[in-house]
Design a protein around this ligand. Sequence first.
Ligand code: FAD
Length: 225
Amino acid sequence: LAGCEAALQVASKNIPVTLYEQKPANRSKAHRLDTFAELVCSNSLKSLDRLTASGLLKQELLTLGCKLIQIAFDIKIPSGSALSVDRKVFSAKVTDLIKSNSLITVINQRIGELNFDCPTIIATGPLTDGKLYQTLWDMCGQYLNFFDAVSPIVSKESLDFDHCFLADRYDKTEDNKIENGSYINCPLSKDEYFEFYNQLINARQVAFKEWDNINYFEGCMPIEA
Ligand SMILES: Cc1cc2nc3c(=O)[nH]c(=O)nc-3n(C[C@H](O)[C@H](O)[C@H](O)COP(=O)(O)OP(=O)(O)OC[C@H]3O[C@@H](n4cnc5c(N)ncnc54)[C@H](O)[C@@H]3O)c2cc1C
């Protein structure tokens, strides 16, 4: 995401760019697609409401000529007052824009060492791969941490639509375009809620994968009380 935006912005100033990307030969455990700007996270870019921090930020990005947010607006899918995209469509559109830009040369290669012979932007994200992780770790004084939770996904097929209804959050429907709302709501009575809670906390747990178990805070200074 950041690397694509940076490449497009630099190229828009008529400056040639060489963009290195390790995919498809190498990829992190979270990346699946061969294309650029892959949202490994939620497909929601959060609120469009300008009275929220994230809504205002999106408007500011648009005003400043951000290329990726413009693509997100162009291809947005219904999600009430939030801006959401189809990950694959978003990634394909960004890839088209990068590949059709004659000032951007793409080299599919994993970078290990950094060479500062020319201005360099490093945008390898929280899952920076290979030797470069160690290089950055050393450069940052050994404070290089990332922590996130994996979102649970509930499949539509598992829901009983006799009990669900469509509505948007806080009754907000963007431009009143979507009649019945774009979120599936699953109402629960008090007893059902407690039953759900008990089932959830006693459910089988997903085992940590090797890469989930990394101590991201190793080497961090303890926070003083
Ligand atoms: C499992 C998971 C869940 C997340 N959930 C959320 C969420 O719900 N909401 C949220 O806002 N954020 C979430 N994040 C954070 C999210 O990753 C970032 O918000 C966003 O994707 C970071 O964008 P980026 O451009 O910095 O990095 P990325 O989009 O990851 O891009 C980095 C690129 O660099 C390439 N690369 C890496 N190492 C090398 C190398 N050595 N040489 C060459 N290329 C390399 C990668 O292949 C990748 O294409 C999540 C992250 C993970 C891992």
